[in-house]
Design a protein around this ligand. Structure first.
Ligand code: CP
Length: 333
């Protein structure tokens, strides 16, 4: 990773003590911070498939600003905030005054005046969460819930939690990410997190048209052949084919994609015997993944969703702590 880029990526996210105050990207964050997120998330899991309630954000207001559709992320942020006893508002962007010409900046300032403490932002434009963080009062924490092709850091961290809980230490693991890498904010955030957490090998597998040129520079192994890429992997993560982000036809069709890159039980026979199967969702059955595999014993797809609540609780609580510590330090000066 380019050092100054990583430095810039971390600078805005950390407070004066080096703790998280916004969560915009996994890029540039230290292993200590990523591990602290995983440990904090683990502490919210009760060991019986349940998630503990902890009133750490009582009296705080979390506003979900989703400019793009979402099922898993928006809902699990809402559940996470409620488990922390925060008040949660889901702003209906389609009914907001942005449709009457109000700018995003004005909308944010008005929501700030309604005593927001945390904005959770999903937007189709890469960099939108950084823009929001640069526009609002410093005391408000910004959590990136997915911006364009750039980053989806809470998805990456819930995937890291899933891997750590089910496969163990990252140092021994070969992880393959398969499919539409080029348009995937999830792949970018996962690669930064896996590298920082010390994964043994990271592979990306897909057709040339869906593999970005800069990925080899990131230190990942690139495969166009699915069988070669899956050999001896510990974890296989299938990605959704993002037709909505393709400017031109980069794929011949979904059945051709499935015939070459669809993840199936048969194709996984070259992987390690206990290979874990993951997908961030939403899944397209029979396009990226075989239905029986998605619903089978190796699949952790619904566990990922469940762990997403704990990871989002961790990030909300840590970012609010980071903001509070910054404010306390300012008052003490
Ligand atoms: N994985 C994910 O971001 O899903 P949603 O689009 O449903 O939030």
């Amino acid at each position: 990773m380019h050092q100054s880029h990583a430095h810039q990526a971390s600078r805005l996210q950390l407070n004066s003590q080096g703790d998280l105050k916004h969560f915009l990207s996994t890029e540039g964050l230290s292993r200590e911070i990523l591990t602290a997120i995983l440990d904090r998330a683990d502490s919210f899991l009760d060991g019986n498939g349940g998630i503990r309630n902890e009133p750490l954000l009582a009296g705080r207001t979390v506003m979900n600003l989703f400019f793009e559709p979402s099922t898993r992320t928006r809902t699990t942020f809402e559940v996470a905030a409620k488990r922390l006893s925060a008040d949660v508002l889901n702003i209906d962007i389609s009914k907001s005054s942005t449709s009457k010409g109000e700018t995003l900046r004005d909308m944010l300032w008005n929501l700030e005046a309604m005593t927001a403490d945390i904005f959770v932002v999903r937007h189709g434009a890469s960099g939108a969460a950084h823009f929001v963080a640069s526009q609002v009062t410093p005391r408000i924490a910004i959590i990136n819930a997915g911006d364009g092709r750039h980053a989806h850091p809470t998805q990456a961290m819930l995937d890291m939690l899933t891997i750590r809980r089910h496969a163990g230490d990252f140092a021994g693991l070969t992880v393959a990410i398969i499919g539409d890498i080029r348009h995937s904010r999830v792949a970018r955030s996962e690669i930064h997190a896996l590298q920082t957490l010390g994964a043994k090998e990271i592979r990306v597998i897909g057709p040339r048209t869906l593999l970005p040129r800069d990925f080899e520079e990131l230190g990942v192994s690139v495969f166009e052949d699915l069988g070669a890429g899956l050999k001896d992997v510990d974890v296989a993560i299938a990605l959704r084919v993002q037709n909505e982000r393709m400017e031109s036809a980069l794929l011949p069709g979904s059945s051709e994609f499935y015939s070459m890159y669809g993840l199936t039980r048969e194709r996984l026979k070259v992987a390690k015997p206990n290979v874990l199967v993951m997908h961030p969702g939403p899944i397209n059955r029979g396009v990226e993944i075989e239905s029986e595999l998605a619903d089978g014993p190796q699949s952790l797809i619904l566990k990922q969703v469940n762990y997403g609540i704990a990871v989002r609780m961790a990030v909300l609580a840590m970012a609010m702590d980071g903001q509070d510590a910054d404010r306390a330090a300012e008052v003490a000066r």
